[in-house]
Each structure stands twice: as C-alpha cells, then as structure tokens.
Write a protein that binds this ligand. Structure first.
Ligand SMILES: Cc1cc2nc3c(=O)[nH]c(=O)nc-3n(C[C@H](O)[C@H](O)[C@H](O)COP(=O)(O)OP(=O)(O)OC[C@H]3O[C@@H](n4cnc5c(N)ncnc54)[C@H](O)[C@@H]3O)c2cc1C
Length: 333
C-alpha cells in the first residue's frame, strides 16, 4: 500500500546534513495535516551509509517515526550511482507516498535520477509543501519560484508516486521534539555493476570563511557598497557577524559567490540580517526573508527592501554604519 512520507538523510563523515533534519521536522507538520484529514502517514527517515546506526536517535529526536537503514561499504561516501540505486530500491520495496530530498549538491544530483528510475515526477527547489486539504487524496501541493522568483508555481503529481521534491537548506526550520526511539528497519541492497564510479578518498577543502547559512548575524552588502567593503567588514567584525552580499555586489567581483544570498545563492535564516545598500529585489529577499529581524539601510526611501524590513533606516550607509558602530560599541564594551 502506498503511504508515508520518506525523507532522504544525507550524511558526510557520519554527520547528518542540517537540511535532512529540517525536512524531517517539516514532514512532521505534513503528518499533522494528514491526521486532520483522517489519514495516517508516518515520517520515515531513509539513511543510506556505512556504520551509521548511531545516528538513528537524532533522527527520532527531529521527527522520524521509523528509520530505514541501508548499509553497505560502497555507501560510505555519497557516491551518485550507489546512492541512486539504494534509494530507488527502497522506493520500489516500500512504495512511499512522498519522498523529500535536500537540494544540496548531492540531493540535486540524485533526485532526478531516482525520479526517472521509479517513473515519477520531481519538483525541484520547492519552498512550500502542503497537504491538499480540499481533496480526499494524499496529494501534496508543492510550490516553487519560477521566472526568476517573479512567479510562484504550485505543482501537483496526481498520477504517479512517490511525490518527489527537493527543498533548499534553511527553507524550513528543524524542530526538536520529545520522542522515544522507535522502529529501525534494515534494508539490504546489492550493487552488481563493477564499472561504476567509486569514491576512493575525499579531500576536504579548507573552509575559506564561516558558512553564512549558519550565521546568527549577517551584515549584507549591495552593489553600491563595492568600494566600501572595509567599512562593511569592520562593522561586521564589531558585532561578530558574517558578511553576506547581494548578487549585485558579487557581480562587481569584490566578494565570491559563496556569500551570495538569494534565489541563486544561499538561503539564510539568521537572528539579525542587516542589508546595507540592497534594493530588495525578490530574488534577493527569497533567500533572507525568514530572518528574525531585518534591518535595512538604503538611501532610497522607496526601496523594496523596506517592505520586508522590521527596522528601516533611510540614508547613506557609508555615513550611517560608522555612527551605528560607535553607538553599538558603547553598549558592547
Ligand atoms: C534568475 C535570477 C536570479 C537572481 N538571483 C539573485 C540572488 O540569488 N541574489 C541576489 O541578491 N540577486 C539575485 N538576482 C538579481 C536581482 O534581481 C537584483 O538585480 C540584485 O539583487 C540587485 O542587487 P543590489 O540590490 O545590490 O543592487 P542594485 O539593484 O543596484 O541596488 C542598489 C541599492 O543600493 C541603494 N544605495 C545606493 N547607494 C547607497 C548608499 N550609499 N547607501 C545606502 N543605499 C544605497 C540604492 O538605493 C539601491 O536600492 C537574480 C536575478 C535573476 C534574474
């Protein structure tokens, strides 16, 4: 029988990707919506890997009712072909109603391959997932931005199962909950092809800077700040923040794409986001509008960023930032 919400648990060196925990928590909300419709869908964490049993308690803590572990030496590193085969086999064996995958480098690589193998559709880069409360089916309404974020399309998959989607990191929140360890199922798979690519060793690149996706405070600079990066960096340092950027600034070449916030950059969810000279184009705000507190400094009182800012300062950021720094230092020292 087709049922349950499956979530792919991505790991690297036995560390669970944050997005996988965020998806488990979101799947839990979908489960509640199904309960309101009188349907029972469990949240099932699908964990391919090698020697990964110790991770199951974390998965239960973030919302899993059941964990399917698929262990094999060849799954030690997230190899595209082996992970695709393992997850496709699991879908064939368990017939889940939906399958959610984080839109990471690995997730984006394997999701379309799996969808093709199990003959279903895939909604890539979704930002909203809801249960269709108007029908008596288990249909999901999966929304994603289109045409550069100017339109949102809601996609349904009425005729094929599972309903598959990839979701970008930090779109959803991970929520810890009280739960006791529950069912763990072991699933065995075989890899009969010998000509598949095998990952022999993984060289970890030295991180260039802290990841803005995990930052609690971000000072983000727009195109107009290209010549004032010393000011931005100095201000960020004062308040122990990471530096982010709009695509407008990244295009000037003063910062790399790894700090770009937005639809084609990173999605961030900090406590405080300070947007300095950023116009507030929808492609930018799509990546930061879930920040707890948005402070915008812009010389144009009609800038779109003010529509989502909790605190708006109209003026020249080059003049305002040093004054703000001075005031903040009085409090911080
Ligand atoms: C498919 C697609 C994907 C995209 N993805 C992204 C994305 O991921 N992230 C992203 O950011 N953009 C993205 N964009 C680009 C986006 O549409 C905007 O062009 C971009 O965000 C503009 O950057 P900006 O606000 O820094 O620059 P601008 O649009 O040039 O705005 C500069 C702002 O700074 C203000 N300003 C100027 N001088 C000062 C000053 N001294 N003090 C204070 N304010 C000042 C101006 O009033 C203005 O509002 C994408 C576009 C497309 C089509």
């Amino acid at each position: 029988m087709i049922k349950d919400i499956f979530v792919f648990i991505e790991t690297r060196s036995s560390i669970i990707a944050e997005v996988s925990l965020q998806l488990l928590s979101e799947a839990r909300k979908l489960k509640q919506q199904y309960i309101q419709k009188g349907m029972q869908h469990d949240v099932v964490a699908v964990l391919p890997g090698y020697q990964v049993e110790s991770l199951t308690s974390t998965l239960f803590r973030f919302g899993a009712d059941k964990v399917i572990i698929c262990q094999h030496e060849k799954l030690k590193e997230a190899s595209t072909q082996h992970t695709t085969k393992a997850l496709s086999d699991i879908i064939h064996a368990f017939a889940p109603d939906s399958f959610l995958i984080g839109a990471t480098v690995i997730g984006r690589d394997i999701a379309p391959r799996i969808a093709a193998r199990v003959d279903t559709g895939l909604t890539a880069d979704a930002t909203i997932i809801e249960v269709d409360m108007t029908s008596d089916s288990s249909l999901l309404l999966i929304t994603r931005p289109a045409f550069g974020g100017n339109l949102y399309g809601t996609i349904v998959c009425p005729n094929f199962r599972p309903q598959m989607a990839t979701i970008r990191p930090n779109v959803f929140e991970k929520i810890e909950m009280d739960s006791e360890d529950k069912e763990v199922v072991h699933f065995e798979t075989t890899f009969d092809k010998s000509d598949w690519v095998e990952i022999l060793k993984r060289e970890v690149q030295q991180a260039k800077a802290n990841d803005i996706a995990k930052a609690r405070i971000i000072v983000s600079a727009g195109r107009s700040m290209a010549k004032h990066m010393d000011l931005i960096k100095d201000f960020a340092q004062t308040i122990n923040a990471e530096v982010g950027a709009s695509r407008g600034l990244v295009e000037t070449g003063v910062l790399g794409k790894d700090v770009q916030v937005g639809q084609t950059g990173k999605t961030v969810r900090p406590l405080v986001y300070i947007a300095c000279g950023i116009s507030g184009a929808v492609q930018h705000t799509a990546g930061m509008d879930k920040a707890e507190c948005i402070i915008a400094i812009n010389s144009d009182p009609n800038a779109a960023i003010f529509q989502i800012a909790h605190v708006g300062i109209v003026g020249d950021a080059v003049l305002i930032l040093p004054k703000l720094k001075e005031e903040l230092q009085k409090i911080l020292n």
